[in-house]
Design a protein around this ligand. Sequence first.
Ligand code: PMP
Ligand code: GLN
Length: 383
Amino acid sequence: PNAYLAGLPTTIFTVMSQLAAEHGAINLGQGFPDTEGPRELIEAAAAALGDDRNQYAPLTGLPELREAVARGNRESYGLAVDPATEVVVTSGATEAIAACLMAVVEPGDEVVLIEPLYDTYLPVLRMIGATPRCVRLHPPGWSLDPAELRAAFGPRTKAILLNSPMNPSGKVFTREELGLIAGLVTAFDAYAICDEVYEHLTFGVKHIPLMTLPEMRERCMRIGSAGKSFSLTGWKVGYVTAPAPLAALVAKAHQILVFSTAPNLQRAVAVGLGLGESYFRALAEELRARRDLLADGLHGLGFPTLPADGSYFLVTDISRHANGRDDVTFCRDMVRQAGVAAIPVSAFYAPDGPEPPRNLIRFAFCKRHDVLQDALIRLRAAF
Ligand code: PMP
Ligand code: GLN
């Protein structure tokens, strides 16, 4: 047996969702919306099942979806993308992250990561045999220290894996920060894998793909997720935009990992991308209202929230209520005693790194208003 996998704990998202279910808690832990995505997509997926869309799709994705992804790149960011050679459809962003890393990283290479980080990054790097070099953002503002970022790059750096808008922090990297990253990527002749699954979920700020910065077009692989863009997380349809030579390698990785992604879902996602900017604006506005509802409620209860300009997530400081407990214990107790589930932020740090913050927990606000209100009522009763 593979000792590393044997020792890898079950993901915190599953652990907390199970605990929430056991205790009848409101689940503000795992990040998934509790309302379905647009009817148009669900009907298109269902119709496609009755329309001979049940055999293997082309390896790199249905042409109509690749064209829709290319169009989306142009409409949202002014990026000119060739749908035939520069787009690869994957089974979720999770597969895309692994495929992009496999496309450029070899055993012994170093990859720069920014903590707090999403929970698949480190295990995938480890399975590829690469070495992570982690840089920490500094709460409460989630600031990035340029000198610390610079120090993570070296002669063995092959890539940086960047998540913006970011899970769990909700940080949306600024143009200035992206410029800093772009400069280092160029200086060290590296690649950037850009996990942009929350690209359309920003509040009052605009998401800037690293790929749009000077000299970055040829070095970036940009990852999107229909799960997040259309509130259909169970569908697991993702897409990578990359220059043709890199896209060809991503396609090879996809070939050995999955080969092809459910064709009816691909067709429906193509319909979704056709909904255009107005759909994404409405989605972001709706989420913003939910973030504000939860943030106001948490503030009122003595849980100060950290800035969050994007994603599904809001991080709060538990210090006032912790009574010496760390974030993990606090989250477990909160499920049992308050009936509300959240995720400890320390779970988003490398397990073998320096001590992570232990005073922060993450709430998912991609839930109905009445559910968020109920959660706040429960928290009010408990704290
Ligand atoms: N990256 C980040 C930062 C995420 O939060 C998620 C969501 N769960 C994913 C990747 C995975 O996306 P998908 O469900 O499309 O695989
Ligand atoms: N990305 C989601 C989150 O951060 C969960 C995805 C999963 O459960 N694997 O909550």
